[in-house]
Ligand binder design. Structure first.
Ligand code: HEC
Ligand code: HEC
Ligand code: HEC
Ligand code: HEC
Ligand code: HEC
Length: 180
């Protein structure tokens, strides 16, 4: 090989390596700073809400998730509901001062969703609760979580595994009850 040709091919290899390195850096930047899911979106809640601290004080799930017995959505409590207690409780706690900031600015708290079914799948809490299915069979032991984490992957297989054990299995396997 002539000296000129070998220099040219070395330059091409170097350029290739530089492009590869740049791509890797961009991927790393995306993963670490742009896509919060990689680090666990639940670590990024605007306020470090602690389920365990509330369960230990005897506060029932339904006190905050008021829709769960009678509607499709369980509902996330408003700042107003929080302030019913935190105007007096743990007022020196830095997270409660942050909570109070939302209240004073009359801003909703931008909670990150832990579970989010695709919109083509229909789910309704109410019939599950009235059939005696516990929160824990779908959400895990939330009462002992400091940060609400996804306990199960809400796939179609997860739904159908339990429906298969029910008496009216055939009705609960009908595509159209979940895909309307
Ligand atoms: C004092 C109010 C309060 C009580 C009591 C409470 N929660 Fe929550 N819950 C919240 C708030 C606020 C969020 C949103 C922040 C978060 O995800 O941690 C939430 C989030 C959740 C989520 C995740 C929702 C999603 O998909 O984003 C589940 C599941 C849940 N709660 C279940 C329960 C269960 C089960 C209980 C009873 C053991 C319970 N909660 C008791 C306030 C409460
Ligand atoms: C049969 C499974 C199942 C049971 C039982 C169940 N959930 Fe859920 N829950 C879900 C699914 C699925 C979603 C996501 C719904 C969506 O994204 O549309 C959800 C979402 C939620 C959310 C956030 C969204 C919303 O609906 O406001 C909260 C809060 C919640 N559940 C609380 C509870 C509590 C409290 C109980 C018990 C009283 C409970 N769930 C029982 C399956 C269940
Ligand atoms: C029914 C009363 C009640 C309601 C409603 C309530 N809390 Fe609490 N909260 C408590 C009690 C009691 C404690 C424990 C205080 C302590 O240990 O000093 C607590 C503790 C906390 C803490 C400190 C947790 C820790 O790690 O020590 C935070 C943050 C908090 N609550 C946020 C919220 C938010 C956000 C809401 C609304 C979604 C809410 N609370 C609704 C009663 C309540
Ligand atoms: C008990 C509720 C339920 C029933 C019954 C059900 N599905 Fe689903 N299905 C879901 C949920 C929840 C998802 C979204 C989660 C997922 O992708 O796994 C889904 C997702 C799907 C998808 C998209 C899959 C993907 O990879 O994105 C298809 C296609 C589908 N279902 C077809 C069907 C057909 C056909 C039937 C009847 C034989 C059926 N489903 C019955 C709950 C159900
Ligand atoms: C742990 C068991 C269990 C799991 C998990 C479960 N289901 Fe169910 N599901 C039930 C039971 C029990 C019923 C009520 C049967 C009855 O009342 O006849 C039901 C009923 C339903 C119905 C019919 C409600 C109505 O209007 O009559 C739908 C829709 C449904 N489930 C969707 C889902 C979806 C979507 C998922 C997954 C995200 C899911 N279910 C996961 C046990 C479960």
């Amino acid at each position: 090989m002539s000296l000129l040709a070998s220099l040219a091919s070395r330059r091409r290899i170097l350029a290739g390596v530089a492009v590869l390195a740049l791509v890797l850096v961009l991927i790393a930047v995306y993963l670490l700073f742009i896509n919060p899911d990689v680090l666990g979106a639940s670590d990024d809640q605007p306020i470090a809400f602690n389920h365990q601290a509330h369960a230990q004080n005897g506060i029932q799930c339904q006190y905050c998730h008021t829709g769960v017995d009678n509607s499709p959505v369980a509902g996330i409590p408003s700042v107003y509901l929080c302030m019913g207690c935190h105007e007096y409780v743990a007022t020196e706690h830095p997270e409660i001062q942050e909570l109070t900031g939302y209240w004073e600015r009359q801003e909703p708290i931008p909670w990150q969703r832990v579970y989010d079914l695709p919109s083509f799948a229909f789910f309704n809490h109410a019939p599950h609760i009235s059939a005696g299915v516990s929160c824990g069979s779908c959400h895990g032991d939330v009462a002992n979580m400091t940060v609400a984490e996804p306990a199960v992957e809400m796939t179609m297989g997860f739904c159908l595994d339990c429906h298969a054990e029910q008496e009216n299995k055939d009705a609960l396997y009908d595509c159209l009850i979940c895909h309307r």
